[in-house]
Write a protein that binds this ligand. Structure first.
Ligand code: SAH
Ligand code: SF4
Ligand code: F3S
Length: 425
């Protein structure tokens, strides 16, 4: 059997897909990069926007054709899907399975799993990592925050934190195998609380204690749980990186309140300042929603203003999409699509300016880079602060993909840096 995985949504889904792959490999299936060649097509879906769900329905005809050509063909749906959509999507997909029960997939397909996985806890499935040097490690899943627009608490359920020892063992093994970049994942990593005595800063400290040469990243942090203690811990961590993703969503206090975000714009600005003071050359990234119900031009302008002040490096600007079942679904979606688009474009223009201004400070400086891929003339990688960088090769350098390098920045754009390798000695 050949399988193909189609992934939508956030890093959590990319990480989950590595567990799906592991389960299918164990039952003797083989990966293909061509959907049309696959016997098993697995969709790891995202439900954050209505359009993402609508897109799933668009696969019905294609799957029908695959079934006619291949009697073994099966379409499988997992990831973030709400109950209501599951019922309807059952007409298109052969199997719909909760990601937490993915270990039951082979049995559902009538395949034999070579190893019987432990019941329920899917985090114990050893993933088939896509990369030999960067690994996603989920530390928690689910969400208790119920922001009024957001479907995630309904697709992923309540917060669950993995036991610290389990996380430490997984990372120790990855580092032993040579992994250089560990990306801790969770809907709100800073609510990590597996037991009374452990919080996220405590986990970071223990990961820092693992021997080896590697970077620690984490995504995402909620502003209401971003403590000074966490900022200090990151700044003092030798393996910590200078990138913080902190979702702002809106720069207007009334909208923030209607969003149920539980912080003010003043608090957000204070956090951004504290982060910049403590973590040198930090890269600050964010998520924004434009056109939330009732958002006026003035309220929107406050978001633009806050973006200018916070000087983000990357901002993912999302047009508000009403999701049935969430609290804001009951509010009138009164900002037109065209107006949402205009606000999105305006914020992207602000971002372009702040990002370029931030990047210009890099010119002439030497930064640490993890090289991710190469072509004949260049390496491509990420700086410790998570910026894309293109590096010109020269005849003498001995750099390799998957290794760290010191790079002198020679040129910048709003979205990327360019540089040359510096010799170590
Ligand atoms: N837990 C993370 C966000 C996870 S969802 C946090 O709070 O930071 C990722 C992003 O999708 C959100 O930050 C938000 O900007 C966007 N999003 C969520 N629901 C949305 C909706 N209904 N319409 C538009 N964007 C949405
Ligand atoms: Fe959604 Fe809010 Fe939870 Fe983030 S914190 S996943 S936006 S409910
Ligand atoms: Fe989408 Fe689920 Fe992530 S709804 S954004 S894939 S947590």
């Amino acid at each position: 059997m050949k399988y193909f995985i189609q992934i939508y949504g956030c890093q959590m889904n990319y990480s989950d897909a590595e567990r799906v792959a592991a389960i299918l490999e164990k039952s003797g299936s083989e990966k293909t990069s061509k959907e049309s060649e696959a016997d098993l097509v697995v969709f790891v879906a995202c439900a954050v926007r209505e359009s993402a769900v609508a897109r799933l329905y668009g696969n019905g005809k294609k799957f029908k054709r695959y079934r006619l050509d291949n009697p073994n063909f099966k379409a499988i749906l997992t990831g973030c899907v709400v109950k209501k959509d599951q019922e309807k999507l059952g007409k298109i997909f052969d199997v719909i399975i909760d990601i937490k029960h993915i270990n039951e997939l082979p049995a559902k397909l009538g395949l034999e799993a070579k190893e019987t996985e432990k019941e329920f806890d899917y985090f114990q499935i050893k993933p088939e990592h896509e990369s030999p040097f960067t690994a996603y490690v989920p530390i928690m899943t689910g969400c208790n925050n119920f922001c009024s627009y957001c479907i995630v608490p309904y697709t992923r359920g309540r917060e669950y934190s993995r036991p610290t020892q389990e996380v430490l063992n997984e990372i120790t093994e990855l580092v032993r195998q040579g992994y250089k970049e560990i990306i801790l994942l969770g809907q709100n990593v800073n609510s990590y609380r597996p037991d009374e005595a452990t919080d996220f800063p405590a986990l970071l400290e223990r990961i820092n204690g693992i021997e080896g040469d590697f970077w620690i990243r984490f995504l995402t942090s909620h502003p209401k749980d971003m403590s000074e203690k966490l900022i200090k811990t990151v700044s003092e961590s030798p393996k910590g990186t200078n990138h913080i993703h902190l979702a702002l969503q809106s720069g207007n206090n009334d909208i923030l309140k209607k969003m149920n975000r539980k912080y003010t714009k003043e608090h957000f600005l204070m956090l951004a300042e504290t982060i910049r003071e403590n973590i040198p050359d930090v890269m600050l990234t964010t998520d924004i929603i434009v056109g939330f119900p009732g958002e006026t031009e003035e309220q929107f302008q406050e978001t633009a203003e806050l973006m200018r002040m916070a000087k983000f490096d990357i901002a993912y600007i999302n047009k508000y999409s009403p999701r049935a079942g969430t609290a804001s679904f009951e509010m009138l979606d009164d900002v037109s699509w065209e107006e949402k688009k205009r606000r999105e474009d305006t914020l992207n223009a602000v971002l372009r300016e702040t990002a370029l201004e931030n990047n210009q400070r890099y010119i002439g400086r030497t930064v640490e880079v993890l090289i991710e891929r190469e072509d004949k003339k260049n390496y491509f990688g990420k700086t410790k602060s998570f910026k894309d960088i293109k590096i010109k090769k020269n005849e003498t350098d001995k750099s390799t993909v998957g290794a760290f390098a010191k790079v002198k920045v020679t040129k910048v754009t709003p979205w990327a840096l360019e540089g040359v390798i510096m010799d170590d000695d």
